[in-house]
Design a protein around this ligand. Structure first.
Ligand code: HEM
Length: 392
């Protein structure tokens, strides 16, 4: 065994989060595994190591939490994300059925109709904020409608998920700033997950049908509707926002998309690789794990830099270039292995339809002022992005 490389970097500090890519390059250069001294954790930033660890759920477990600080024993045990097999399988099966390709096909018509309405409205306005008026507005309409939750109070969804994703990092200023509003939204979120608050024909009620059939308990159903609201909104908002920024700042790539709107699904996939909404998640080693001659002892936190893996030149040609025609499949922006995003069909549907509609109807998108980043301990996204569009 060789001495393990160490880094003093703080991946949760504002300067790191503002532009993490130079730091990712330096971290990848340390080798397949290294230590982050500041947090006393191990980490991986290269594609091969991150992908392998995501798939090796027996050695890199999620059940001790996918954040730095582990699970809070006072909170109810989750039924997805932060849980290992065999307990993970039941919730995953129910969610997988609810968010299947067949369900995505049924939602397509409504999502398309909403994409047309949204793009028409924005073309009429000409100038708008591409974050609040588009990247947030579209998913915040179509996805909660599909789940079957009430229209009032939906702004709380963002406060809640911003807080949840901040809480996977350390107790820093970002987490302190999102805690109050996040916790204030919690009771509304739980109310929305209750059976009698849900529309009879939505995805939420499909979860309760699994309870009616005895597959899960009523209590478990409530806790399986909640991940829709925690994991399904801010991630998609940031995926759309980051891809929009990439298109607005790469006019040649937007022109390609405009001339070939059928590239929309691929352009969104490339957006998720290029600027991954979920930048990092932790795992915990269940045993001693040897990687490239270095030992990670058992029961240690390991930070997986998925966004860095998606920029690793050992895996991607010219990884720092945004190319709407790139074959981006294989990126780990949705994770990989047994915890790979169960909502990816829905997220891809939203991306395909909104970017397809933009591509057909909008000739140019340009920034009219400097965009502002929204910093978060796990998510990469935008606060505001003023743009002007011209109709095709
Ligand atoms: C898991 C990203 C949209 C629900 C994950 C994971 C990632 C991710 C990276 C893996 C977590 C891990 O390995 O620890 C994204 C991105 C999205 C998106 C980038 C949008 C662009 C959605 C949507 C839903 C959703 C629309 C709908 C409900 C979930 C759930 C899990 C998950 C429940 C946990 C799966 C499990 O543990 O088996 N997502 N997600 N996500 N995602 Fe997504």
């Amino acid at each position: 065994m060789t001495g393990i490389p160490c880094s003093q970097a703080d991946p949760f500090a504002p300067d790191f989060l503002t532009n993490p890519y130079p730091a990712y390059e330096a971290l990848r250069a340390l080798g397949p595994v290294f230590r982050l001294e500041r947090y006393d954790v191990w980490a991986m930033a290269g594609y091969a190591g991150v992908e392998a660890a995501l798939k090796d759920w027996k050695s890199f477990i999620s059940g001790e939490g996918v954040g730095l600080n582990g699970m809070n024993p006072a909170l109810p045990r989750p039924l997805t994300l932060q849980i290992d097999p065999p307990d993970h399988d039941k919730g995953r099966r129910v969610l997988g059925r609810t968010l299947s390709p067949g369900v995505a096909r049924r939602l397509r018509e409504t999502f398309q109709h909403e994409a047309e309405k949204k793009v028409s409205e924005l073309i009429d306005r000409g100038t708008f904020d591409a974050v609040t008026d588009l990247a947030e507005a579209y998913p915040m309409k179509v996805f909660p409608d599909a789940i079957g939750i009430r229209p009032d109070g939906r702004e709380k969804l963002l406060a809640w998920s911003t807080f949840v994703f901040d809480s996977f990092g350390p107790e820093n200023d970002l987490l302190a700033a999102s805690r109050k509003e996040g916790l204030a939204a919690q009771s509304w979120i739980m109310e929305c997950c209750a059976r009698d608050a849900l529309q009879p024909d939505g995805l939420g009620m499909m979860i309760y049908q699994a309870a009616d059939e005895g597959e899960i308990s009523e209590h478990e159903a409530t806790h399986l509707v909640r991940p829709f609201l925690t994991a399904g909104i801010d991630t998609t908002v940031n995926g759309i926002g980051n891809t929009l920024l990439a298109l607005a700042t790469h006019p040649d790539q937007y022109r390609r998309l405009h001339h070939k709107p059928e590239l929309a699904r691929n352009a969104f996939e490339e957006g998720l690789r290029y600027e991954s909404p979920v930048q990092t998640f932790f795992r915990t080693t269940s045993r001693d794990v040897e990687i490239g001659g270095n030992l990670i002892p058992a029961h240690r936190k390991v930070l997986l830099f998925m966004a860095s893996a998606n920029r690793d030149p050992a895996r991607w040609n010219n990884p720092d270039r945004f190319e709407v025609e790139r074959v981006a499949t294989g990126h780990v922006g949705f994770g990989a292995g047994i915890h790979a995003c169960v909502g990816q069909m829905i997220a891809r549907l939203e991306g395909e339809l909104i970017f397809g509609e933009l591509a057909r109807r909008v000739k140019t998108i340009e920034l009219t002022a400097e965009p502002r980043r929204k910093l978060n301990n796990s998510l990469r996204g935008m606060e505001s992005m003023p743009v002007r569009v011209t109709a095709a």
